[in-house]
Design a protein around this ligand. Structure first.
Ligand code: PEP
Length: 249
C-alpha cells in the first residue's frame, strides 16, 4: 500500500525564527505517518532547528537540494552525507527551478540521486513538462526520457527509496494547476516508465506526487486519482493554517 504524502516546498522563504514558529504551530495537529506522511522542504539553514522543534511529531524535514560529493572543495554546496548526519532523511532533487535557474542537467541530477541514496537520503525526484510539449504531443517522450535519465543505473532496492513528483512547469507558482486528469496522466506515464524499467511490482510501490499550484480547493480532486499518491506544494505550504488544511483535506 502506498501511504499518501503532503509535502511542502518552501523554496527560499522563511528565516529560522519563522520556521520554528511554523513547526510549533502545526506539530500537534498532524495525522500519524502510517495514515498520511507530512513533510516540509525548507532552506538548509532552517533544517536543524526545525528537526529540534518537530521532535516527537510525525513531521519529516527535507532538504531542497544537495550536491553529489560527500565533501571537498565545492564552495557553497551542501553535502548529502552531512545532511544525513544532521538527521535529514529526504531531499528534493531536480526541481524545475534548479533546472531552469541553475542549469541542472539530467546527468547531474542522476549523480545527485545516486549520492543521496548512497548516503541514506530518500530523494523526491522532480520531472517537469511544458505546455508547449503537451500541445505538440511530445509529453510522452519528454517524461519517459527524463525519468530514464534521472534514474539511470539505480538498483531495484534503490528505486524503492525514491519518490517522484510530476511537476508541469506551466503549473508551478502560476495559480494554474494541471486539471486532475492531466496530472493523473503525467503520474501514470511515470509509473508505466518505472514498470518498464523495474517491473510492475516495483512500479506499484513507488510513490508519485503531483505538484503545481495545489490548493485547499483542488487537493481532493487531485488526490482522488489512482496514480497520484500525494502532492508537492509550494505557495500554499507557507501559511501554517493553509498547510494544515491541506494535510487534513
Ligand atoms: C513547487 O515549487 O514545487 C510547487 C509546486 O510550487 P506551487 O505549489 O507554488 O506551484
Amino acid at each position: 500500500m502506498r501511504v499518501p504524502i503532503v509535502a511542502g516546498n518552501w523554496k527560499m522563504n522563511k528565516n529560522v525564527a519563522e520556521a520554528i514558529a511554523f513547526v510549533n504551530q502545526i506539530k500537534a495537529s498532524l495525522p500519524p505517518a502510517s495514515q498520511l506522511e507530512t513533510a516540509l522542504a525548507a532552506p538548509t539553514l532552517c533544517l536543524v532547528p526545525m528537526i529540534e522543534a518537530a521532535e516527537g511529531s510525525p513531521l519529516k524535514l527535507m532538504a531542497e537540494n544537495c550536491y553529489y560529493k560527500d565533501a571537498g572543495a565545492y564552495t557553497g554546496e551542501t553535502s548529502p552525507r552531512a545532511l544525513y548526519q544532521a538527521g535529514i532523511h529526504h531531499v528534493i532533487l531536480g526541481h524545475s527551478e534548479r533546472r531552469t535557474y541553475f542549469h541542472e542537467t539530467d546527468e547531474l541530477i542522476n549523480k545527485k540521486v545516486k549520492a543521496a541514496l548512497k548516503n541514506g537520503l530518500c530523494p523526491i525526484v522532480c520531472c517537469d513538462d511544458t505546455m508547449g510539449r503537451r500541445v505538440a504531443g511530445k509529453k510522452v517522450h519528454w517524461v519517459v526520457s527524463r525519468i530514464l535519465a534521472d534514474l539511470h543505473g539505480l538498483s531495484d532496492d534503490e528505486i524503492c527509496h525514491v519518490t517522484i513528483a510530476y511537476e508541469p512547469s506551466w503549473a508551478i507558482g502560476t495559480g494554474d494547476s494541471a486539471d486532475p486528469a492531466q496530472a493523473a496522466e503525467g503520474c501514470y506515464l511515470i509509473r508505466q516508465t518505472i514498470a518498464d524499467m523495474y517491473g510492475d511490482n516495483v512500479a506499484n510501490n513507488v510513490r508519485i506526487l503531483y505538484g503545481g499550484s495545489v490548493t485547499t480547493v483542488n487537493i481532493n480532486s487531485l488526490m482522488a486519482k489512482q496514480d497520484i499518491d500525494g502532492v508537492l506544494v509550494g505557495k500554499d505550504s507557507l501559511n501554517p493554517t493553509t498547510f494544515l488544511q491541506l494535510v487534513n483535506h
